[in-house]
Each structure stands twice: as structure tokens, then as C-alpha cells.
Design a binder for this molecule. Sequence first.
Ligand code: MG
Length: 391
Amino acid sequence: MKKIVVLGSTGSVGKQTLDVIKRHKDRFKVVGLSAGSSWEELARQAEAFGPQKVAVRNPEAAAKLRERLASTAIEVLEGQDGIIDLACMADADMALIALVGISGLLPTLRAMEHGKDIALVNKETLVVGGQLVTATAKRFGVKMLPVDSEHSAIFQCLEGEDVGKVARLILTSSGGPFRTWETEKIAAATVKDALNHPTWNMGSKITIDSATLMNKGFEVIEAAHLFGVPLERIDVVIHPQSVIHSMVEYVDGSVMAQLGTPDMRLPIQHALAYPERLGPAWNRLDFRNVPTLTFEEPRRSVFPCLDFGYQAGKTGGTMPCALNAANEIAVELFLKEKIGFGAIARIIEKTMEQHDFIATPTLQDLLETDRWCRAYARELTEYVPAATHVN
Ligand code: MG
């Protein structure tokens, strides 16, 4: 029986994780759950799964949940400290971290220090603190199992192989909802347009990141840290059908690919069960439904966020942290319809340029860079030309 803490259990991946655990009750036990403020959903999950502890970031929501769970033995923690305590809880074997943005960094590091294996959904943790996180995993002898579908695919294609014989990693991307749109039309895209992802059903932040291709920019950095392959040997190819989840090309030219339906429960289950495989399948790939698999080059000049990922990853230091902080703010403002879609990339580029770069940052430096860049990015939006506000 593997005992699991799910951080971010009321989000899209969190809910799908509980689906997986429910189907395999004989293998997995939920010992902790956390949410930001969705206390009613968390209450329902706690009643269904009976964890020892739950944590809620928002103190008012925590108070309401405490009242609701008063007649149970479930302990309710609150705030960032509560979420970190949950990630470290003595009884857990593994923490699945499905938090959004930099909020996953500290809980991941602390869970590792307490010997927990990590099922990593939260790619921003590796984008911002990749060196620190991989060094911490090594030092405490814990596993980092990717839940991101591309990285789960690469992980599976590397199984039993020598990573020294990898010629390149090839990440696939659906291309997002604007793959075939004209440039001018993209700049004026609405929130509804951007949330209309062609193949994957995900939370709103990552769906916007998929529309800008920032998500793919993050994923190349994530892959470099997870697999120890330099960015020069990581490629991105647009594959609109989302059937091939990613590929590994070896030095002899042989290419291994992992295929499946676009269903997050497969990579989630792979990470939870590793090194075992559990059946039955959630969905089987029926090749009669996918007669054609196509591939194209990303439109780099139309979607500059992809190259921002490469640039930040190659520069290292605080640059990926600045990239992430600016993106979090820009996406938040876009979702609130305060800025246009085209402004997201400009805010990121400017923040990366203007922040005080540190080549070998400590955790404190990263947190300070994050704070400064968020404030700067927010301020920048006041000067975004009016035309980009058009939605
Ligand atoms: Mg992905």
C-alpha cells in the first residue's frame, strides 16, 4: 500500500489523481489533501477518502472546513505552513504536487528533505528551481516521477536505456488553439478563444500557457533538469493529434515514441504505480480513429514564448524564475481581461530583461527575484499600449 499526499487535490490533475486512487484502492491510500480555497470540494474529497490531514491555503476557508469536519478525526491545517507540513507528513511515502506556479517550490523541497518521493505535476517548480530541486532529490535519495504527459513519455522511452546514448529528446505539442490562426487575429484573441484547447482538458493557467506555447517553453527546461540532457539536444515538434506524447532519438537514429489517448490519468497512474504498470486502461488508442499523424515546425516568431523558454533555460540563474513570475502575472491579468493576449509575451520579455540577474542564486535569491518580477510585471501592464487591451 503506497501512502500518498495530494497537494492541489481540487484542481484538474488533483481530481483525476483521486479518480486513479479510487480505482486502485488496494494499492494507494490518501493520507493528506490540500486546496487553495475550494473548501467545499475538499470536504467532499476528505469525506470520500478519509485522509489523516487536510490543508487549505486560505485561512477563512480553513475555518469553514474545520467546522464542517468537526465530527471527524481529520485534522485541518492552514496557510502555506500548513501545506508544507502536509507535504512532509510522517505517514506519506509520496507527495503528488499539483500546485500551480512557484507555490509548489517550497513544499516540493521540504517533502524531499523528509524523504518523500515526488510525483511532479507542477513544472514551474523545476523551471524556477531546477538545479536546487534536482540536487535536493539526489542528496535525500528520493525519486522524481514526471506526471507531465511529455515527460512521462520520455521517461518511458528511456526505460532500460543509457541516457548517454540519447541524440535528442523530441517534445510534441498540440500547437494550442491558435496553431493555424493569423498573427493579427491571435493578438486580439479573447479569454474564451484561449481556453478552448483542441485536445487536452486542463486547468485555466496551463491552458493559457498552451495557447502562448509558454507551456512548451517551460517543458524544455523541465526536460533538461529531469533527464540531464542539454537544451541544444531538446527539440519541439507540433503534432496536432496529441497521440504521440513525446519521443527519444538515440545516437543510432532509432526513435522511440510513447503513444496513447490524451488522458492525464495515464501519466498520473504511471507515476503513482512506478515501477509497476496497472490495468485496465482508462482509454485505449483506436488507430481507426487516428488515420493520420501529422507534424509541423512551431511558428516561432508568432509564439515567441517558446524561445523565451530556451533562452531562459540556457542563461540559467534567476532568468527562468523571472520568466515564470512575469508569466504568472501576465496570465492572471489576461484571464481577468485586463490585458490582451498579445501583451503576455511582451510583459515576459521586458521583465526578463529588466530584473537583476544572479548567475548562481540561493533559494532566498529566487524568492526575492520572484517577488520583484511579479511587482514589476504588474506595474508594466499600466503602460501596455491601449490597442493590446482590445478583447
Ligand atoms: Mg505537458
